[in-house]
Design a protein around this ligand. Structure first.
Ligand SMILES: [Zn+2]
Length: 516
């Protein structure tokens, strides 16, 4: 069946002919105009774009987070405790209470300790900071872990009298605390992935670069994709970092129209919010300057990169601080001559390094600017404000931008991300470093064509052109001329492979069966 999508405007992603009046699709792909469609999808009041692509998120973690207690809205200890109390009362006895999203910046600068979880009662409780790099555990949860463990790159925080406060930082959270938290069942993971896909569909996301552990890809995600039951296109990057790298298992994963494994990930540092980003000079509000971690710390980053490239995968490296970013750049310059490395986050860059990013791909999350900008002046000092979230500078120096969210670390909403990239607006209501603002066209491109290129899929997704997957979204207003600050567009319909998976306007109630 050939379906004609009628719209007020169709933004194609093609620089030659950016606008069309309609699009035609057949068998899940966009098709050349036949002049003889058998059905119509009437979106005449709306603007149609290629499906939005999130270059970097954590699909399973995001899906699981939808079932965890969300503390991102709490701003006092009383609210924190009330939320814990309410959740605890709804859980079966003995079940862990899992929460996430707290942020000391919204708690008056106070970092919570184990006593904040007292309303969980005698069940185990753990609450992750919004960046997922710090975890808070209660006494009961700490009873199951080795508190004397020494973890390179991690800290088990202690009060002056030596008692653990409940705070586990970086590797201590991941390697000491996390193994004691019961893993979700395979059924729970399947439910979480479906919930994640529904959540993303309502936000207009049709493809994603998913950062996942190999066992989860093998056990849950790839089988779902193989059965065709995941309404989302997934380009997976493997988080497993133990050597030898599991290339054989990675290659054994199925490749389908909606699932492909594209790369491996490494971390070069931590985060700005946790003061663990690796900086060239120390933070203004603490004596430290962060630390390189993993391969970047051991001096093996270029060897790891070369190995990943030789195996046919793209290396994806988390780098937030200016020192970490330079370290990854140096490694890429020595071994990655085809520019396949994905520089993840790239939040702080030394201006002297900008020119060396020409032709390289920066996978950035503009909504991180909305959450982190208010913190930057205090943490980095005014003199270093010209190093953060340099969207415009990267473009000016010929780098390729691919946008994403890092969900569930940040909101998965690409419209919110675009709004920050276009206006500079942060969560405190102010706008920051507006000289770095992108045009709406550039921001949309970073979430479509740019993200597709980053995920090695520029000839399959991200554009409305014959032969591309028929993934598209409809917006309620013109994204190129609307007021992004006060009245950004809303996603009203999302389709993958020509199938509508989210419809807030009733466009599909009878229209797709309309034969003309
Ligand atoms: Zn991430």
């Amino acid at each position: 069946m050939r379906v004609r999508v009628e719209a007020r405007g169709v933004w194609t992603g093609d620089p030659e002919t950016p606008w069309a009046s309609h699009a035609e699709l057949a068998d899940g792909l966009f098709a050349a105009d036949s002049g003889d469609p058998s059905a119509a999808l009437p979106l005449g009041d709306f603007w149609v774009l290629p499906g939005l692509i999130d270059s970097h998120l954590h699909l399973l973690m995001g899906g699981l987070s939808l079932a965890r207690l969300d503390l991102s809205g709490v701003s006092t200890r009383a609210e924190f405790e009330a939320a814990i109390s309410e959740r605890a009362s709804s859980l079966p006895s003995g079940a862990w209470l899992e929460a996430f999203g707290w942020d000391e910046r919204r708690l008056g600068g106070v970092r919570p300790d184990a006593s904040w979880l007292r309303m969980a009662g005698n069940r185990c409780a753990v609450a992750w900071r919004c960046d997922q790099h710090v975890a808070l555990a209660n006494e009961r949860a700490m009873a199951g872990v080795d508190l004397s463990a020494q973890v390179p790159g991690g800290v088990i925080e202690r009060a002056p009298n030596g008692t653990p406060t409940g705070i586990f930082i970086e590797q201590a959270a991941w390697r000491v605390l996390m193994p004691s938290i019961p893993a979700p069942s395979s059924n729970a993971k399947q439910r979480a992935l479906h919930a994640a896909a529904r959540h993303l569909a309502a936000l207009g996301v049709t493809s994603c670069g998913a950062m996942e552990y190999l066992a989860d890809l093998e056990g849950t995600l790839a089988p779902l994709a193989h059965r065709g039951t995941m309404p989302l296109r997934v380009f997976a990057t493997i988080l497993d970092r133990d050597r030898p790298l599991p290339f054989t298992r990675a290659r054994a994963l199925p490749t389908t129209a909606t699932f492909r494994t594209i790369g491996f990930k490494s971390f070069a540092d931590g985060t700005l919010g946790s003061s663990t980003a690796a900086m060239k000079s120390h933070f203004e509000d603490s004596a430290g300057s962060g630390e390189l971690v993993e391969h970047a710390r051991e001096g093996t980053l270029s060897a790891w990169m070369a190995e990943v490239l030789a195996a046919g995968f793209s290396p994806s490296v988390h780098a937030i601080g200016d020192r970490a970013l330079d370290e990854v750049l140096r490694a890429a310059q020595s071994v990655d001559h085809d520019h396949r490395t994905r520089f993840e986050h790239a939040q702080i860059v030394d201006p002297a390094s900008l020119a060396h990013f020409a032709g390289r791909t920066l996978s950035m999350q503009p909504f991180h600017k909305a959450t982190d900008a208010p913190l930057v002046a205090r943490r980095l000092g005014v003199a270093r404000e010209d190093r953060v979230f340099r969207f415009r500078e990267f473009v000016r120096h010929g780098a390729a931008l691919a946008f994403g969210s890092d969900w569930p670390i940040s909101s998965a909403d690409p419209i919110q991300g675009m709004r920050t990239a276009i206006t500079g607006a942060a969560l405190d209501g102010r706008t920051y470093w507006t000289s770095q603002n992108l045009t709406p066209h550039e921001a949309i491109a970073a979430y479509t064509t740019g993200a597709a290129a980053c995920l090695s899929s520029a000839s399959h997704v991200g554009r409305i052109a014959p032969g591309f997957h028929a993934d598209f979204v409809a917006l309620d207003r013109d994204p190129l001329s609307c007021d992004w600050l006060d009245a950004p567009p809303k996603v009203v319909l999302t389709a993958i492979s020509g199938r509508v998976i989210y419809d807030a306007i009733g466009a599909t109630t009878d229209s797709t069966s309309t034969t003309r």
